[in-house]
Design a protein around this ligand. Structure first.
Ligand code: HEM
Ligand code: CA
Length: 310
């Protein structure tokens, strides 16, 4: 934990903050269940670029180039309207008090909880950035065709270790991916005959993915990341991996490459014990939520999460 953060940070200045956020996440997910995953992902894409400072929420303006058009974000990140609504209500309740960066951290936790995942205490007191970085968004957010070595290096650059990588990849227990994010692996690797020589289950899986995502077109059609229970935050993501049913190349990399015995063992442990996964996930989310924070008088508390105060 950053010593300047506290779970009681707003207890005097905005006592209803967490309650307002929770109610709105619940309402939004009730209306559109697919939003839970999208809201969790926003916090991840924020923290990996300049730290957890709400840089991801900034719109492009004359003075700011935002991160929304970065390759991993464009046409992919969603849920911004939910954050806008929450910020609007918080500004009514306690103006210029609750940072957009803290909102993202609490929203991510609440989104996991509403889908049946673990809860944890969110330490607050983050401040909002005065900038964004399109370049870093393109560099630092891991790409879906990453190898295991790339993923490990990528997380290491954020101060996150192998345990964090395996636990946080479990975020893919909910949500969806567009065809374009895994099409390459689907068509590059094998011919029909090669595919057929694999286990039956794998053959059926790849065939059905190919039917949803044809070689050309339908790039924006979506497929569940956890094809068993994509609406529940559970540990079936890891069971899928062990059965060769991971969707993204980066998911499959956790089990398909030899040298990192430790990674494979963690996948196995999380597949066998959901409580163990929940504990690790919560701890790693807290760790991710502490990356490179602005605190004290650094940055600002934005009035509108999409724009700097001017
Ligand atoms: C380990 C490296 C990771 C890679 C390469 C990766 C990549 C991706 C990709 C390609 C998608 C689909 C996007 C699309 O097609 O539009 C996706 C979705 C998602 N990712 Fe990750 N991700 C990673 C780690 C994480 C982490 C750490 C979390 C959160 C803890 C996370 C949460 C999600 C969620 C919830 C979705 C579904 C979003 C939705 O349905 O709107 N991912 N990820
Ligand atoms: Ca950021």
């Amino acid at each position: 934990y950053d010593p300047l953060l506290s779970p009681d940070y707003y207890s005097e200045s905005c006592p209803l903050a967490e309650e307002i956020i929770r109610q709105n996440v619940e309402a939004a997910v009730y209306q559109d269940p697919t939003l839970a995953a999208s809201l969790l992902r926003l916090h991840f894409h924020d923290c990996f670029v300049l730290g957890c400072d709400a840089s991801v929420l900034l719109d492009d303006t004359e003075i700011i180039v935002g991160e929304k058009t970065a390759f991993p974000n464009f046409n992919s990140l969603r849920g911004f309207e939910v954050i806008d609504r929450i910020k609007y209500l918080l500004e009514e309740a306690c103006p210029l008090t609750v940072s957009c960066a803290d909102i993202l951290a609490v929203v991510a936790r609440d989104a996991v909880v509403v889908r049946g995942g673990p809860s944890w205490e969110v330490y607050m007191g983050r401040r909002d950035s005065l900038k964004a970085s399109l370049t870093l968004a393109n560099q630092m957010i891991p790409v879906p065709n990453s190898t295991l070595d790339m993923l490990i290096a990528n997380f290491q650059a954020q101060g996150l270790d192998i345990e964090d990588l395996v636990a946080l990849s479990g975020g893919h227990t909910i949500g969806r991916s567009r065809c374009v994010s895994f099409k390459q692996r689907l068509y590059d690797q094998q011919t029909e005959e090669e595919l057929y020589s694999y286990a039956d289950r794998d053959y059926v899986f790849q065939r059905s993915l190919r039917s949803v995502c044809p070689l050309s077109g339908r790039d924006d059609d979506v497929v569940p990341l956890d094809f068993k229970t994509s609406r529940r935050f559970d540990n079936l993501y890891y069971l899928n991996l062990l059965k060769g049913l991971g969707l993204l190349q980066s998911d499959r990399a956790l089990v398909s490459e030899g040298p990192e015995e430790a990674v494979w063992q963690l996948v196995w442990a999380f597949a066998a014990d959901q409580e163990l996964f929940f504990e690790h996930f919560a701890n790693s989310m807290i760790k991710m939520g502490s990356i490179n924070l602005l605190t004290g008088s650094e940055g600002e508390i934005r009035h509108n999460c999409r724009y700097l105060n001017l």
